[in-house]
Structures are given as C-alpha cells and as structure tokens.
Design a protein around this ligand. Structure first.
Ligand code: HEM
Length: 442
C-alpha cells in the first residue's frame, strides 16, 4: 500500500537504486504482473521483434487518456491503430519539415520578443514553453493560430488533468477489468471538456467554417482524395492526439534544457558560442546543420529527463523473456528513466554531458538503450518534428536571453503522463545580446 501511495504521488519515486543496473525484473502488484525491460536485448524482444504480441497499451494508459482522445491513435490497437497510423504519420514525416519549420521559427521569434519585453522578470518557463509548443502545433497541424487565451486554457487544463488522473491508475492496478466503466471525477471531466472545447472549436472552423481556404494538414484526414476519409469524430480524436502528444513533450524537453543549462555555465557558454553564429537572426531549417551542439544539448536532455518516462504494454499471449515466464495479460514496461541512466550501459549516467552526442563522442551504447521516442512500430510519429522544433526554439531564444533559476527553488522530476520539473519552473529572464536593429526593451 505504501508503494501504491508513493506511485500515486510520483511514479519515479518507486524505483530503488538497484533497479538502475538490472536487465529485466518484475513484481506482482496486487493481482497484476508487472515486468520492466531494462536492457537492449529485452527492449528489442518486446518492442521490436515481438511487437505484435505487445502492441496494446496498458489499461492504465488507456483509461487515463480515453476521456481526452477517445479511440485516438496513441491508445488504440489492431485495425483502428493501423488505419490511424497510416493517416497520421505522414502529417509530420521528416520530408515535410522544410515546409513546417518556418512556423516553428515564427513561434520562437514571437516568444523571444515577448521575453525581451519581460527582461528582468521571473516567469514560469514550463508554462511558457507549453504555450509556445501548443502554438507550433496549431500553426503546423491545424493551419491556424490558436489565440493566446485558448493556448493558455489548453495548457492549464492539461496540466490539471495530468495531476488528477493518478486515481484512475490506482483502479487499474487493483485489477478492475478493462470494460468496467470508470467513474471519472467531476474535475477530470471538467478539464478534459475544457481541452476538447478548444480543439473542437478549432476543428469546426477548419472542417467547415471560416478558415476553409487556409491550408490545414489535419483537414486532409477527412479528404477522400488523400486516401484516408476518416469520420469527423475520428479526425477530432486524432487532432486531440496530435495536440496532446505534440506539445507537452517538446515543452518539457525545452524546460528541462533551460534548467540544465542554468546549472552548467560551461555548457551554456558553448551553446551561446554556437547560436551566436546566427548573428541575431532567428534559427531556421537551413541553420540546422550548424546547430550540432544545440542538438546535442537537446539529445542529452532527452536522455536525462525523457518526457515519456514510462512506456507500458499489455502481453496478448504468454512469453519467456530473459528466462522469466511472462503470463498473458501482464504489463511489460520500458522505463527510459531507468534505461537512460543504466549504470552498466552509460558512462557517468547521471551527468549532463552533451558531448556524448557530438561527432566523435561516446554516442549511445545501443539503439535499444536510448529510446526517448520509443522504438518499433509504435515509435513516435513526431520524433523528427519534435527534435527540430526543440533545436530551432532553443537556438532562437538562447541568442537573446539566458534564464536563471529562482535561488533555492527545489527542482524535482515528477512523473505524470509526462516527466515534468514539478508543477512550475520559476526562472528569471536575463538579457544577452540586443536584437538586431532593436535595443533591449526595459
Ligand atoms: C520531444 C518531443 C517528443 C517526445 C519525447 C515524444 C515521445 C513519444 C513516445 C515515447 C511515444 C510512444 C509512447 C508509448 O509507447 O507509450 C510517442 C508516441 C507518439 N507521439 Fe511523440 N514525442 C514527442 C513529440 C511528438 C510530436 C511533436 C508529435 C506530433 C506532432 C508526436 C506524436 C506522437 C504520436 C501520434 C504518437 C503515437 C504513435 C503510435 O502509438 O503509433 N510526438 N511519442
């Protein structure tokens, strides 16, 4: 019961030190068998080689997200998942990045200008990053600008939603069958409804309203000419998936990167030296090859603070993994939080060393040991999008300002659906360089 109570507060707090050097381990928690793949071989077996047997997301994840995304790709399986994946994955495919990146640059530039106006003030970096990345998703996927107020509504409601759903995890761990309808608390429903209202209004506009002439990637999902004529409800659910999966993850990555940089002046100076080569201009898609160290900072941030710190699957049939019997129905998890800091795989696993991702650096011990975007058929469809966005935004903002953490503020990783640096991250905006052609505003 103590473990369950701790897990409800913070799922990261339940792993004892010894689990950072294990290969595969498991527990029976009440009536559920839980196993953790914690080596390249076991990750490969479950998530790649035998992925069809482990395709289904865990009941916890399905219950947690269903009120928000219905039967959306993120939690569906079988034919529904295959159909939706075929439709959704091309929207953010790497080949589309040259056309999508200008919206990232634009959103970062607007945030930079806002920060310049707030120089000397303290802001909640987590909230600011979430609003910026929500804005990027809107401009790229929906094809319209989410008003500032709407972005704030979604960001606040999603944060509240994540804090509330812990109770549902508990019900699932207690072994209640999947089909028993869960009684979602009134507040959970209210925050899900707030998010859905914003997404729904946007979709109504996009599908038949005022913005009909504006190009929109999401609208193409309901267009028979695209080969994927999804129903209006399916398009709405996938819009919610892209909104949720696509903004909070990148926002957390950026917030953690700002925190890590504020604690490591040497790395911060190297980042500044690289981004200053852009001579005060916002970072664009064409600048990416020159931003190798900025990318390494993001990659190392994703190693230390993987935004999706637990990826769980349900076994369809029984299997033997690392010589242990895994029964049908067992939950098998990949926990990047453990694997990315595995003592037997990584050199100085708990240190922030972006150089390992630079050419000539130690690199990753195995492609199955560094999985911030997961691996196998259910790998994140927005990996290249998220990485590009994080690099362009960090390079654009870090040219002009630096952020310092509020003295004495305790930063603790908290695991909800995503891994966050607590509920907020208070940092002060300090000026660096004047903007090209503009003085720094007071
Ligand atoms: C740094 C940013 C991101 C990280 C770390 C990340 C990570 C992940 C991970 C780990 C999964 C698999 C979850 C699981 O197996 O339980 C996932 C799935 C997914 N992600 Fe991302 N993601 C990021 C950005 C994005 C963006 C920008 C988009 C879209 C615009 C996106 C769309 C999706 C979708 C649609 C899925 C579901 C794929 C499926 O189930 O087939 N993600 N992401």
């Amino acid at each position: 019961m103590r473990l369950l109570r701790t897990a409800r507060e913070n799922l990261l707090a339940i792993w004892p030190e010894t689990t950072f050097s294990k290969e595969f381990f498991g527990h029976t928690l009440l009536r559920r068998s839980l196993f953790i793949c914690n080596s390249p071989d076991t990750v490969r077996q479950v998530f790649v080689d035998d992925a069809a047997n482990f395709e289904r997301k865990s009941p916890q994840q399905r219950h947690a997200l269903r009120p928000l995304i219905g039967d959306g790709l993120f939690i569906s399986d079988g034919d529904v998942w295959r159909e939706r994946r075929r439709a959704v994955a091309p929207l953010t495919h790497v080949s589309r990045l040259p056309e999508l990146a200008p919206a990232m640059t634009q959103a970062a530039t607007e945030r930079r200008d806002l920060w310049v106006r707030c120089t000397g003030q303290e802001i909640d970096v987590l909230g600011h990053m979430a609003e910026m990345t929500a804005d990027v998703i809107c401009r790229t996927i929906f094809g319209s600008q989410l008003g500032h107020a709407a972005a704030r509504t979604v960001v606040t409601a999603f944060s509240e939603y994540q804090a509330l759903i812990g109770q549902m995890d508990l019900l699932s761990l207690l072994g209640l069958p999947d089909m028993i309808p869960r009684l979602h608390g009134r507040r959970i429903r209210a925050s899900a409804e707030r998010i859905q209202t914003v997404v729904s209004n946007l979709m109504t506009d996009i599908l038949k309203g005022a913005r009909k002439d504006e190009p929109s990637l999401i609208r193409s999902l309901s267009d028979p000419a695209s080969g994927h004529a999804l129903s209006a409800e399916a398009v709405r659910n996938e819009a919610s998936v892209l909104f949720m999966a696509g903004h909070e993850t990148t926002a957390n990555t950026l917030a953690w990167a700002w925190f890590l940089l504020s604690q490591d002046p040497e790395t911060e100076a190297r980042l500044h030296a690289e981004v200053d080569q852009l001579a005060g201009q916002p970072a664009t898609y064409a600048d990416l090859p020159a931003l190798r160290f900025t990318r390494a900072v993001i990659e190392e941030t994703l190693r230390l603070f993987p935004p999706v710190p637990i990826q769980a699957r349900e076994a369809r049939e029984a299997r033997t993994i690392a010589e242990r019997e895994v029964p049908a129905g067992a939950i098998v998890m990949l926990v990047p939080w453990l694997l990315h800091r595995h003592k037997l795989l990584w050199d100085q696993p708990d240190s922030f060393i972006p150089d390992r991702f630079m050419p000539g650096g130690s690199g990753v011990p195995s492609r199955y040991a560094y999985v911030p975007f997961s691996i196998g058929p259910r790998i994140c469809t927005g990996a290249a999008f998220g990485l590009t966005e994080a690099v362009l935004c960090l390079a654009t903002l870090a040219q002009t300002v630096r952020l310092t953490l509020r003295p004495g503020w305790p930063v603790m990783p908290v695991c909800r659906l995503t891994l966050r640096p607590g509920e907020r991250l208070p940092m002060r905006i300090e000026p660096r360089l004047p903007l090209a052609g503009k003085g720094l505003a007071a």
